[in-house]
Design a protein around this ligand. Structure first.
Ligand SMILES: [Zn+2]
Length: 559
């Protein structure tokens, strides 16, 4: 028996309560007359189209984008949803597209001679400056440990060192992860300081000319191939005055093997230095090596689109419940291995298909919710959460009027689960409602099994959350019905190892979508009840985003 079969008793009662209340605020128990029936055909149908070779991997500002966006528009329109902007369903997002041309090798000169790192196999590097060519000329290498400056933790890897003109060599993740010491940072859970984006941002703040991260598979959470493919895909930046997307001259990664050779060239042992970098009071180590290379870009200006659709609320159309998923992926693999298509079936045709299925369900549900429901398919997630950043900076509705949202990215296809993984659990009151919805399905919430991977900072909800909007990022858990946790963990690990950000992330007709269908019912239930509610869920006390939300809600109330 599926959990859905157990629901009607509760829901009939709730529906009766709604009838008795007759009008106005339905309260938390607001349930539809009939729960939507999500089907494998419906869900798979969208995934199959979006992940087809014909859609060319859905790269922003490509022919694949046009097909994708047209498909989304057509679906939203067919269900009677309204365009989310005055100009239509598309919110144009201006991009600068930088494509790294094959770079020179990285030559490192030291007292013991010259070391040459080959582009691609040993190291990858690029510039995110909107220029055709940048060179690194005999830039002094400095090992800066984890490259973190965080006064809260009393940590400063750049203390006493002037980085101007120099190149930082940086470890990935953070000292808490490396040592497993719960007293350091957040222990094994990754902090934002562990993310590669942070490393480059900090090196930039220090005025460095270059920044090179040492790739290690476990703390990075993905294999070298992901880094290498990432380096040759076109980079997108939001093309808008005042945005400082233009960082250090040369950014990149080296393999662990290359790092060992680098340290050996400096007369040092990589492992020993790495251990010392995790000890409080670590001081940056000048390596007495000088790096030179040059990188080149092809540059073009391009426009991509977020797709925004709205189902107006019948009582309070100026309040919103938000569903989001990114439609974009990497396009074609032009370098390193032919012209394969990055189909991005799981990442994120599944989330986009879920967005469409939810839009259809909401368009048909009765009673129609009091609040409006906003559906946004973001562009440019794979290039640094760009579409969501643009949307959050230029929202089509005031962010203070968004009661809460659900982001869907990379749904799990291991089958039905007894549990749900909540990324960044313990954040907001939306989780109270989520827990209720999960309980109706006989499921429980659990924290992400691998908080060290920092997934909370790696999808679009983050750009809304950091502007105060409570957002859920939830997927099927790991305790698979009839198969257990080992199977669930294995499924997730296989996905990351075999398919994540690779051309092999393709639609598979043998997928077990039973878990996804339950997830859809859950996403619907949480959003529907919020869309019938009058409350604005708060961030839990102590959450970093709570003060921002309190300010924006207060400002909205004062109007
Ligand atoms: Zn992705």
């Amino acid at each position: 028996m599926t959990a859905l079969n157990t629901i009607p008793t509760t829901w009939t009662f709730a529906a009766l309560a709604v009838v008795l209340l007759a009008t106005g605020c339905a309260g938390r128990s607001g349930a539809p007359d009939r729960a939507p029936a999500f089907t494998a055909e419906g869900f798979n149908g969208h995934v199959q189209v979006l992940a087809s070779d014909e859609f060319e991997g859905r790269r922003p500002a490509s022919a694949g984008e046009e097909k994708t966006v047209a498909y989304l528009e057509q679906q939203f329109r067919a269900w009677g949803l309204q365009p989310g902007t005055p100009a239509g369903f598309r919110q144009p997002v201006p991009f600068l597209e930088l494509t790294a041309l094959p770079a020179d090798e990285l030559r490192v000169a030291g007292p013991r001679g010259e070391l040459v790192l080959r582009y691609g196999d040993d190291a990858v590097y690029w510039t995110t400056r909107p220029v055709r060519e940048v060179a690194l000329e005999a830039s002094e290498l400095v090992f800066v440990g984890y490259g973190i400056v965080e006064p809260q933790y009393g940590w400063n890897d750049y203390a006493g060192i002037d980085m101007r003109g120099k190149t930082a060599v940086i470890l990935v993740n953070d000292p808490g992860f490396a040592t497993g010491d719960p007293e350091l940072f957040k222990g094994r859970a990754m902090t934002y300081h562990g993310r590669w984006t942070y490393k480059f941002e900090e090196a930039s703040r220090q005025g460095a000319a270059g920044a090179i991260i040492v790739h290690e598979e476990e703390p990075a959470a993905y294999p070298w191939e992901v880094v290498r493919n990432g380096a040759v895909k076109p980079q997108l930046l939001i093309d808008e005055p005042g945005r400082d997307g233009y960082r250090i001259a040369v950014e990149g990664w080296v393999t662990r093997g290359s790092a060992e050779r680098l340290f050996a060239a400096a007369g040092l042992d990589f492992e020993t230095q790495k251990r010392e970098a995790a000890v409080r009071g670590f001081r940056a180590v000048p390596l007495e090596l000088r790096a030179s290379t040059s990188v080149r870009n092809a540059i073009r200006r391009a426009t991509s689109s977020n797709v925004v659709a709205v189902l107006p609320g019948r009582e309070r159309p100026d309040e919103f419940v938000l569903y989001t998923a990114h439609w974009d992926h990497f396009g074609r693999a032009l370098a390193f291995g032919g012209d394969a298509v990055f189909n991005g079936a799981i990442d994120n045709a599944t989330g986009t298909a879920a967005l469409l299925e939810l839009a259809q369900a909401f368009s048909a549900v009765r009673p129609r919710p009091e609040r409006s429901v906003l559906f946004v398919a973001f562009t440019g997630e794979e290039y640094g959460l760009l579409g969501s950043e643009y949307f959050a900076a230029h929202p089509t509705v005031p962010l203070a009027s968004v009661a809460g949202g659900v982001n869907m990215d990379g749904l799990y296809l291991a089958g039905r689960t007894h549990d749900l993984t909540v990324f960044g659990i313990g954040s907001s009151e939306l989780e109270d409602s989520l827990r209720e919805s999960a309980a109706r399905q006989g499921r429980v919430l659990r924290p992400e099994p691998t908080p060290e991977k920092g997934y909370y900072y790696r999808s679009d909800h983050f750009n809304l959350a950091r502007r105060g909007v409570p957002m859920l990022y939830v997927k099927s858990g790991i305790d698979v019905v009839g198969k257990g946790e080992t199977y669930g963990r294995q499924w997730a690990a296989d996905y990351v190892a075999q398919r994540y950000h690779k051309p092999s992330d393709e639609f598979d007709p043998t997928w077990d979508v039973s878990g996804v269908l339950e997830d859809l019912a859950l996403y619907f239930d949480v959003g529907y009840r919020l869309a019938r509610d009058t409350a604005f869920p708060a961030w839990y006390p102590g959450n970093e985003f709570r003060p921002i939300r309190e300010q924006s809600r207060a400002a909205a109330a004062a109007k």
